[in-house]
Write a protein that binds this ligand. Sequence first.
Ligand SMILES: [Zn+2]
Length: 465
Amino acid sequence: MKTLLSLGCFVALLALVPAAPAGEFKAGAAAVVITPPAGTPLAGYYSFRAADGVLDDLYAKAVVVEQDGAKAALVTLDLITTTRPMVAAARQLIAEQTGIAPERVMISATHSHTGPVLPRGSRIDELTGGQTPPALDYSAKLPALIARAVADANAKLAPARASTTVGHEDGLSFNRRFWFQDGTLAWNPPKLDPRIARPAGPTDPDVGVLYLETAAKSAEPLACYVNFAMHPDVVGGTKISADYPGALARRLADYKGANMVALFANGCCGNLNHRNIAWSDSQRGMREADRIGTELAGAVFRSWPGLRPMKPFAPRARAALVTLPRPKFTEQEIADAGAVVARMTDPKIGTVPKAKAFCTIDTVAKKDAPLEVEVQAIAFNDDLAVVSLPGEIFVELGLAIKKASPFKHTFIAELANGSIGYIPNRSAYAEGNYEVVSARCAEGSGEMLVDAAVKLLKELARQGR
Ligand SMILES: [Zn+2]
């Protein structure tokens, strides 16, 4: 009887053993062009701009990893943002085509300001052309293109090696909120302005690098996933461009070959951009994007000797939905917002009043709908986890997640799996200005996301013990 029981347990255990060879790590990567046609309205500013040319192509890039029968996919898009409908549709196609479950797929946007506008279900769509036929047509085609990138990467899965490191770059990204001498808080003040006392917050100099190559003797480069926090709002104008992440990809290709897929995930850069206020240069246009992308590639290259081989486990993934509080507005604020929105194309109205007005009108219209967002974490081994956050996140929040994470390296992809726009940290609310008056979520929301992310990371770390 005892022997039979033991044998029964043994048979049950055997049934749990996955079919794929245990411990073999596989990876595949692919890129699909997602450049829209001429005439498509561009995102990024409070105005209508139809695309009238292409400086460099936009891509959906995907890397799929597999170990012990479990898979995970990281996807980056050269777009201003991700939306929930786009992510849901893409994930469904991905599940159908590859069997990878939705919570194992992370889709983030680089935040390029010279890509197509995406419908946001906001009054701002009327200003930017987000509901025009070319914008809607682009949006309808996007999920299939994203799914194709993942399906192509999945089809290329082959024995691979992974390595990771975190480099350092503190000369490129700047906090764009400043204290003036008189105690007021300025947003993107004029360069060399003598009123500037000091930046109002930190930056994040981490340059996260995940490198994948084939396990063959030749060690062919497969993919390089780079994580750095800085607004890609350099090129401007009416021509399509992936901005500095495009230049970064070209420089990495110079080093490792064009077959390597170079992905860029933007970190918590809600209040960070490339404007060096101590430098009189305008820092606009393609040449500047090339300079910045080249310099960031330099940081990746400097970190290269520090790449350490990873022993991946079966990738672990978790996602949580968090309901955030919406801000409240007085009757006077709502009336003022209506007056501004009625004159939305008036060039005399500045960015900050426009942002505040659209936020107020949208929030009032949606006040009874829960503001639900997703936070996700994917762990590849004890050394590396990637967290997704649903908006333009203040750097302070990203630094808090990294500090509390049980993983040696924690990468953060913002504007991922949907976005609600700016998400400031608690102390910024009292300081006010652009990002705060734009925020669709009330004070304390950012810290709720930090708590949710850290909880997921701790669960993923415990899962193996
Ligand atoms: Zn932004």
